[in-house]
Ligand binder design. Structure first.
Ligand code: NAD
Length: 256
């Protein structure tokens, strides 16, 4: 059976970049399903878009049964699945702890959400994605490539998504394309539950000018790349990684 619309499943859909991706796909006429632990924000999006276009599941992406039932309910609701965007991610707790003081329970939580959560969604979405010849986009980070001090769990989880991407692209060859987007600094304070207006957010001159693109990134900068990768225009692209960071990682930085 073919459908007159396409459906995307987005994790971490309630706020920030995930919310921006949902908004972008809805404007392009897709149906959006998504999960998040933030029930209030997720329900507000259902009210905003209407349940004919958007369904929300309150779920922790690291919980297998929750992921399984969210994907099953998406298929029941919309009948098809054309794309999966593994966006849910946590950066803390990772900061400020030197490796010898690492709390392994905290390390495991970051890996569970950022990496295992992505694999769980793949596991349950793949049967439907095979049928639709759909695609998967993993949201990594430029921190998969570069680090500040004491970011081991986050950097490792985001680096692993790059490897997961090429492994899946080969395993799902001819059926499902799999790619990764690596965002740099993306402003999300205007995309939270009690958000500030975008034009009230101020940056220092240095924050702006250090970006070769001349500005900090926005959720739509990531959403447009994700959308392209999920579209037929990207039909010859799989197993790849795309940095969207305003040029920051191309700069060579040595102390004077
Ligand atoms: P955010 O905190 O604004 O939004 C993340 C969303 O994920 C939230 O709605 C949160 O409730 C949800 N979430 C957290 N843990 C979850 C869990 N266990 N299960 C389900 N949902 C959960 O973050 P963001 O800045 O929009 O980041 C989105 C993705 O982009 C993350 O993977 C992040 O690592 C990545 N990223 C962000 C930036 C940036 O500058 N904003 C840069 C590089 C990469």
């Amino acid at each position: 059976m073919s459908y007159s619309f396409k459906t995307v499943f987005i994790t971490g859909v309630a706020n920030g970049i995930g919310r921006g991706i949902a908004d972008y796909f809805i404007k392009k006429g897709w149906r959006v399903a998504g999960l998040d632990i933030n029930k209030e924000s997720g329900r507000k999006l259902e009210d905003k878009y209407g349940r004919d276009s958007f369904v929300f599941f309150e779920a922790d992406v690291s919980d297998e049964n929750s992921v399984k039932s969210s994907v099953a309910s998406t298929l029941k609701k919309f009948g098809c699945l054309d794309a999966l965007v593994n966006n849910a991610g946590i950066a803390s707790p990772y900061n400020g702890t030197s490796p010898e003081d690492m709390d392994i329970a905290k390390w495991k939580r970051v890996i569970d959400v950022n990496l295992t959560g992505s694999m769980l969604c793949v596991k349950y979405a793949v049967p439907a994605l095979r049928k639709s010849k759909g695609s998967i986009v993993n949201i990594s980070s430029t921190r998969a490539l570069q680090s500040e001090k004491f970011t081991e769990a986050y950097s490792a989880s985001k680096g692993a998504l790059l490897s997961l991407t090429h492994a899946l692209a080969v395993s799902l060859a001819h059926e499902v394309r799999v790619n990764t987007v690596l965002p740099g600094w993306i402003e999300t304070r205007h995309m939270q539950e009690n958000s500030s207006a975008l034009d009230s957010i101020k940056y220092s001159e240095e924050d702006i000018s250090q970006h070769p693109a001349g500005r900090v990134g926005l959720p739509e900068d990531i959403a447009s790349m994700v959308y392209f990768l999920c579209s037929d225009e990207a039909g010859f692209i799989t197993g790849q990684k795309f940095v969207v960071d305003g040029g920051m990682t191309t700069k060579m930085i040595y102390a004077e």
